[in-house]
Design a protein around this ligand. Structure first.
Ligand SMILES: Nc1ncnc2c1ncn2[C@@H]1O[C@H](COP(=O)(O)OP(=O)(O)OP(=O)(O)O)[C@@H](O)[C@H]1O
Ligand SMILES: [Mg+2]
Length: 119
């Protein structure tokens, strides 16, 4: 599954959530890669400091994201994208279902329900 942490605002916890999610999945033995799509590079720095278990890809442009993420997704069970501030091109996808989820408890619970009904 592809998880993209995006928000129109900066400093709301995108990188924090992306890094923690990647490490949590890696520690559970899942095949997971982190894509740092923010030129600021916060999640790259943090991941390198904390864990080497999740492979890291740095993508600098929206075109890179669109081109490389499907390839990375073919190699890993889960791909986590840390997006830059702004609802940028990171939320564009060439194919597949896009399911926006708010990072609040009801949003996460709702995702569980929608995933169940989507199968
Ligand atoms: N749940 C939280 N509770 C308290 N502080 C938090 C939480 N999540 C993130 N922070 C802190 O908020 C700050 C901004 O977090 P972070 O860098 O993850 O945001 P961001 O959305 O990725 O920012 P940017 O848009 O600059 O990339 C950091 O200092 C981080 O430690
Ligand atoms: Mg960030």
């Amino acid at each position: 599954m592809l998880f993209a942490f995006t928000n129109s605002k900066g400093g709301v916890g995108k990188s924090t959530l992306a890094v923690h999610s990647a490490i949590w999945l890696a520690e559970k033995g899942k095949s997971v890669a982190l894509v740092d799509a923010d030129v600021q590079g916060s999640s790259s720095t943090w991941l390198k400091e904390v864990s080497a278990e999740a492979p890291l890809f740095r993508l600098a442009t929206p075109d890179d994201v669109l081109e490389q993420v499907p390839k990375i997704g073919a190699e890993y069970e889960h791909v986590i994208i840390d997006g830059p501030a702004g609802l940028s091109e990171v939320i564009r996808r060439p194919s597949g279902k896009l399911m926006p989820i708010r990072c609040v408890r009801p949003g996460v619970d709702g995702r569980r329900v929608r995933l169940t009904t989507a199968r």
